[in-house]
Design a protein around this ligand. Structure first.
Ligand SMILES: *[C@@H]1O[C@H](CO)[C@@H](O)[C@H](O)[C@H]1NC(C)=O
Ligand SMILES: *[C@@H]1O[C@H](CO)[C@@H](O)[C@H](O)[C@H]1NC(C)=O
Ligand SMILES: *[C@@H]1O[C@H](CO)[C@@H](O)[C@H](O)[C@H]1NC(C)=O
Length: 335
């Protein structure tokens, strides 16, 4: 699933060959994305890393779910696209948009991209909010990263349908969560840490944190429906389904148009990979338990013996003596 992203990351070494060749080789780019790729070949590598960051985090967050962040269907630079406008699709878009913004911002701070760096508004005494401290070090320029993510990630929405509105909303929600997670760190100066003066800077949150926050949003995702306001009958905005009046979702909500499939069986029409062959937990009553994970189809059990070194003692001088311990264990996989 991540193959194509990896494939073209290894192309980083041949950037010198010319952006044209590379950008034409990347599968599934929209025309505006291809143009951006050609004008900023250095950024395309970072974008790939950002998309990968999002995919990895998605797989981590959903490792115990029937849907494990994989899908059947067309491959794009962002992994595989989910056909159904479900909550899972909403999560995928939000985490990818956040991942690209995160990676671009990090690359800016490290001086890896030519057109950005540290946040210049947060240097020295510029824009200093109160007495007693000043900006120092390198503040992450998240505004640049977010803007770049907007320009690149959002450019894949070329069809004027309601799914476009859903995707754009979720992209923005993901970037919002990232921006709200920015933190201020400070360092004290003065005699033996007396903190008479401080220098402070803004840092990006760990991406794991963004994963957890978006997973919560996924749990509370809002079902929406398109509103066609113009005579052209094109959907022009989204409203909360079954709400009274025209209630719009908030810019923090993840939104979805369609109910999720149950992801039990492989189904090309919904993009479900099914749960055949997935590992499950024989004793858990949660989503990772064999009953739920295997959708009642039952599971196979494989016994094995786990062997390790144990009861290790240090003898004077100088060797360590251990015994060998073993334990019968079993793994379960869905039929
Ligand atoms: C920045 O460049 C260095 C050296 O090429 C590399 O090791 C690092 O991973 C890059 N950082 C990002 C965020 O791309
Ligand atoms: C997710 O599940 C599918 C279908 O069972 C499986 O082929 C794939 O390897 C799993 N991916 C991960 C990252 O666990
Ligand atoms: C299986 O689930 C139980 C109960 O939730 C948990 O204590 C145990 O660590 C799990 N086992 C594995 C191998 O994940």
């Amino acid at each position: 699933k991540c193959e194509n992203v990896k494939n073209w990351l290894t192309l980083s070494s041949v950037v010198a060959l010319g952006a044209n060749i590379i950008c034409n080789k990347i599968p599934g780019l929209a025309p505006r994305q291809r143009a951006l790729c050609q004008s900023r070949p250095d950024a395309i590598i970072v974008i790939g890393e950002g998309a990968q960051l999002g995919i990895n985090e998605c797989q981590y967050q959903f490792r115990y779910g029937r849907w494990n962040c994989s899908a059947l269907g067309q491959r794009t630079v962002f992994g595989q696209e989910l056909r159904v406008g479900s909550r899972e699709a909403a999560f995928t878009y939000a985490i990818t948009a956040a991942g690209v913004a995160h990676a671009v911002t990090t690359a800016c701070s490290q001086g890896n991209l030519s057109q950005c760096g540290c946040d210049r508004e947060k240097q020295g005494y510029h824009d200093q909010p109160e007495e007693g401290w000043k900006w120092g070090g390198c503040s992450a320029d998240v505004k640049y990263g977010v803007e770049f993510s907007r320009r690149f990630v959002d450019a894949r929405e070329i069809k004027k349908n309601s799914r476009r509105l859903m995707n754009l909303h979720n992209n923005e929600a993901g970037r919002k969560v990232l921006q709200e997670g920015m933190k201020m760190e400070c360092k004290c100066h003065g005699v033996s840490g007396s903190c008479t003066t401080k220098t402070c800077w803004i840092t990006l949150p760990k991406f794991r944190e963004i994963g957890h926050l978006l997973k919560e949003r996924y749990g509370g995702a809002v079902q929406v429906e398109p509103v066609r306001a113009s005579r052209l009958r094109q959907p022009s905005f989204l409203r909360v389904k079954e709400a009274r009046g025209y209630q719009k979702p908030t810019d923090r909500d993840l939104v979805y148009l369609e109910r999720s499939p149950n992801y039990c069986e492989e189904d090309a029409a919904t993009g479900s990979a099914g749960t055949r062959g997935r590992l499950c937990n024989g004793t858990s009553s949660h989503a990772d338990g064999c009953d739920l994970m295997c959708c009642g189809r039952g599971h196979d059990t494989r016994h094995y013996t786990r062997v390790w070194q144990c009861h290790c003692k240090f003898h004077w001088c100088c060797f360590v003596k251990c015994s060998t311990c073993s334990e019968r264990s079993e793994v379960f996989t869905c039929k």
